[in-house]
Design a protein around this ligand. Sequence first.
Ligand code: E4P
Length: 223
Amino acid sequence: MKFFIDTASLEQIKEANDLGILDGVTTNPSLMAKEGISGKEDVLKHYVDICNIVDGDVSAEVIATDFEGMVREGEELAALHKQIVVKIPMIKDGVKALRYFSDKGIKTNCTLIFSPGQALLAAKAGATYVSPFIGRLDDVSTNGVDLIAQIVHIYENYGYPTQVLAASIRHTMHIIQCAEVGAHVATCPLSSILGLLKHPLTDIGLEKFLADHKKSQKTPVAG
Ligand code: E4P
């Protein structure tokens, strides 16, 4: 399973990248706003800065909701850097834009996926990735991970190359559950990634190993 980080924070992206396990980055307009990035020039520069940290796909979302606007914005984003993936919302004009970019060989990530039907449509339109939002489904008492499993199953039935990118991950268990059902990618907050490495028995074990080592290193008193 590929690991993407779900943030626009350069600091957090660097921290995850330094671990040597990072395959890409996803952003959205809310994450960009959280970092205080506004104004077209700053937004475009920020995407390039992200691409220069990570060697992998970087999703940059269009703001337009009409076909022509999405094409215009998407082409500008894609021209910024070869790692840019144009992120398109699952709406009618979005499906047309997915087909447009797919025909041009430009990578896309279809966002705001909440049903298997939407994922099927995005795959038919040639999306590189689909982003089902599992945390937001959990928030409305629907099992988000079940949707990941359904989409993986449907794509396998027909051999669609579209990759299932589990998004809206809220905690470490979501990552494990997505891996269990075969998500191709999980995009995660840094805290959820770091959560994977924690176990109290690891800490207790390490403490004991170090204490035993220290004891064995004591110089014997000369007699
Ligand atoms: C990433 O592609 C999504 O935009 C993001 O995971 C949404 O996460 P949220 O539901 O926590 O806002």
